[in-house]
Design a protein around this ligand. Structure first.
Ligand code: ADP
Ligand code: ADP
Length: 233
């Protein structure tokens, strides 16, 4: 099944009298269960593409369909619900709240859910265990290593069980050994069926992806399939 469908997607920015085309007629279909890499030099449009996928921006022209939903046609409050239900975000600066424990940080996205507090804790604990932090749940971010903080951020992104996980340079600030461990974690999530779109400029990450699209000047200039995409079930 197709989870993401981008059609003639364009995004312009106006800077005074200059108009920058950050994205230029992007067409892309991504099957459910794919681990997609988005690579390209700085300024090629990767962040713009990810924010459009995340419902955080507005296309100048074209459409973003996720699970068949034309997301920028949704009224603002429905778009907010959609983002909560469908998307998990992992950023390079993981924005953990410094005075909350790992467990409390992971529970944050559940704040608006009608779920008993004990159930929220159970869910958050379960996903922390999933990312290998069973023994670190009550630690503050400052008591955790960079790799562990990244795991907390990944757990927080997954706690709502979103069909789509979006990651922007999630290993950008990690050393190469830690980076590898984090990529292995993403890979395990992917093996369990998680659809992931990851922006990176680290070529070493390429080996992990099912498929990689390369951007340059706002266009897809190359695409590599590393293995067969998951077929429809
Ligand atoms: P990347 O993530 O690959 O570094 P970006 O998507 O951040 O690329 O940027 C693509 C192009 O769009 C760049 O030329 C950048 O300067 C421009 N751009 C991105 N965001 C904005 C913005 N908010 N306002 C003006 N120009 C922007
Ligand atoms: P990345 O590190 O992912 O490439 P950037 O440093 O390109 O991200 O951009 C960081 C943020 O700044 C993004 O939200 C982007 O939209 C914005 N931005 C990028 N270029 C410009 C620009 N020329 N003018 C205004 N905002 C920009």
């Amino acid at each position: 099944m197709t989870l993401i469908e981008l059609s003639e997607l364009t995004r312009h920015f106006v800077n005074g009298s200059d108009c920058v085309a950050a994205l230029h007629g992007i067409d892309l279909e991504v099957a459910e269960g794919t681990f997609l890499g988005v690579m390209g030099p700085s300024g090629s449009g990767k962040s713009t593409l990810l924010s459009l996928l995340g419902g955080l921006s507005q296309p100048t022209t074209g459409t973003v369909r996720i699970d068949g939903i034309d997301i920028y046609r949704l009224p603002a409050e429905r778009l907010a619900d959609f983002r909560r239900e469908y998307l998990g975000f992992v950023f390079q600066s993981h924005n953990l709240i410094s005075y909350l424990t790992a467990l409390e940080n992971v529970m944050l996205p559940l704040a608006v859910c009608r779920m008993k507090p004990a159930e929220k804790r159970r869910r958050a604990a379960e996903v922390l265990e999933r990312v290998g932090l069973k023994d670190r749940m009550l630690h503050l971010p400052s008591q955790l290593s960079g790799g562990e903080q990244e795991r907390v951020a990944i757990a927080r992104a997954l706690v709502n069980r979103p069909p789509l996980l979006l990651a922007d340079e999630p290993t950008g600030s990690l050393d190469s050994a830690t980076s590898r461990q984090i990529m292995e974690l993403f890979c395990e999530l992917h093996r369990d069926g998680q659809t992931i779109v990851m922006v990176t400029h680290n070529r070493e990450n390429l080996e992990w992806f099912d498929r990689t699209v390369f951007l340059r000047d706002g266009r897809i200039v190359e695409e590599i399939s590393h293995r067969d995409e998951p077929t429809a079930v």
